[in-house]
Design a protein around this ligand. Structure first.
Ligand code: PMP
Length: 395
């Protein structure tokens, strides 16, 4: 059983140490119990500052909002209204989907093959994984699923076909309210969309007055390098969903960023009891100190290169079972040709002191999400443990 954790390491009750290359499924980009974030939290609690405030104004919330504007939005020339939709990623997605339907008066949401957006009904309806959708019992309505970038190995001009059907009144495809997309599909198997594909999608949305929602719950907050994963593509989504590493400390916090003219909510139309969790505002504000310069972004990209090179080497040695290396920034996957291999590699890694997970439609991808603050030595150590684990499973 795990007991303590610091940085990229967790320790069990017997004192055994594990390198954590799963990082709370992307919720711990700055590692466990980061000292600065911890002291901001302890100072806040020590002073009887307010913890739970629903949607009341608080000093902690105002400080976070001002800092988010100053450190994240203004330097990028982004103008969004900020909504606290509830504590988790799925709450941010639900708010985005509801708002898109309310603003446009249209029902359909376009999603993508292998997408993952959450486990509540709305976000599940736009999730591509049929195993997860089966949890809803009966089919979920008002969605159209399109092939994600490279899903068809470039065999079909993705958007042309959809655009043709949109323009054909006999096709039965109504103009959708919105398209929801991840720039890299985390749960879907570390599929990265190209900048060109994302720009094509954004253009299609603009031409047809369809809202573009980027779900940056897993790939945001620096996981792919820049704070927002869509930055390198040069697109500006109409709505952005953030959560996971937003609080920086593993505390629940989510945001829905809304193009100002789309904010048509009436008071009380979307709320939730834990949208005013002040300790998360406090650590989230402290975590923004990572973004006052470009150091973290640069280091993430450099470390990402190191991971990719190591995974390429492992692939070259086991090309009979590994079919590819996919990812971006510090989100990477090793794709196995048989679904049973990736969980066995994760088990072998666990035995050797490395925590990682599987993803992909059949769990065929061994997934690495080390904290962005992982040191070079720890990264090298973890990658060696992974190479040993693959060797042990494949020999
Ligand atoms: N969107 C994406 C892209 C995710 O990866 C996840 C969680 N894996 C969610 C939404 C849902 O977030 P949560 O589990 O916090 O509800």
């Amino acid at each position: 059983m795990f007991r303590t954790a610091l940085g990229s390491r967790v320790h069990d009750e017997n004192g055994r140490s594990y390198l954590d290359f799963f990082a709370g499924a992307g919720a711990l980009n700055y590692g466990h119990n980061h000292p600065q974030l911890k002291s901001s939290l302890l100072l806040y609690l020590a002073d009887d500052n307010i913890v739970h405030s629903l949607d009341k104004h608080t000093v902690a919330k105002r400080h976070f909002l001002e800092k988010f504007q100053e450190v994240v939005l203004s330097p990028r020339g982004l103008d969004y209204k900020i909504q606290f939709p509830g504590p988790t990623g799925t709450n941010a997605v639900e708010a985005a989907l509801k708002l898109a339907r309310k603003v446009t008066g249209r029902q359909t949401i376009v999603n993508f093959t292998n997408a993952f957006h959450g486990m509540t009904l709305g976000s599940l309806a736009v999730t591509g994984n049929s195993m997860k959708r089966n949890g809803a019992g009966v089919p979920l309505n008002h969605t159209v699923t399109m092939p994600y970038d490279n899903y068809l190995d470039g065999r079909t001009p993705d958007f042309l076909l959809f655009e043709r059907l949109l323009e054909d009144s006999g096709s039965g495809i109504d103009r959708p309210a919105a398209v929801i997309v991840e720039t890299v599909q985390g749960e879907g198997g570390l599929n990265p969309a190209s900048a060109q594909w994302l720009r094509g999608l954004a253009d299609l949305c603009r031409r047809h007055d369809i809202l573009l929602i980027v779900d940056d719950v897993q790939m945001g907050c620096g996981r792919t390098g820049p704070f927002f994963s869509f930055e390198p593509a040069g697109i500006t989504p109409d709505i952005v969903c953030l959560s996971k590493s937003l609080s920086g400390y593993g505390l629940p916090l989510a945001l829905t960023l809304i193009r100002p003219d789309l904010d048509v909510w009436e008071p009380g139309e979307h709320n939730g009891t834990f949208r005013g969790f002040n300790p998360a505002f406090v650590t989230a504000a402290a975590a923004l100190d990572f973004w006052t310069d470009e150091r973290l972004q640069k280091e993430t990209l450099e470390k990402g290169l190191q991971v990719r090179q190591a995974l390429n080497l492992i692939t070259a040695e086991h090309s009979d079972v590994i079919t590819g290396v996919r990812g971006r920034g510090l989100a990477w996957g090793l794709v196995f040709n048989r679904p049973e291999l990736a969980p066995r590699v994760c088990e072998a890694a666990f035995e050797r002191g490395l925590l990682m997970e599987t993803s992909g439609p059949e769990g065929e991808v061994a997934k690495l999400l080390p904290p962005l603050t992982t040191s070079d030595e720890e990264l090298t150590e973890g990658l060696e443990l992974l190479a040993e684990s693959v060797q042990a499973v494949c020999e």
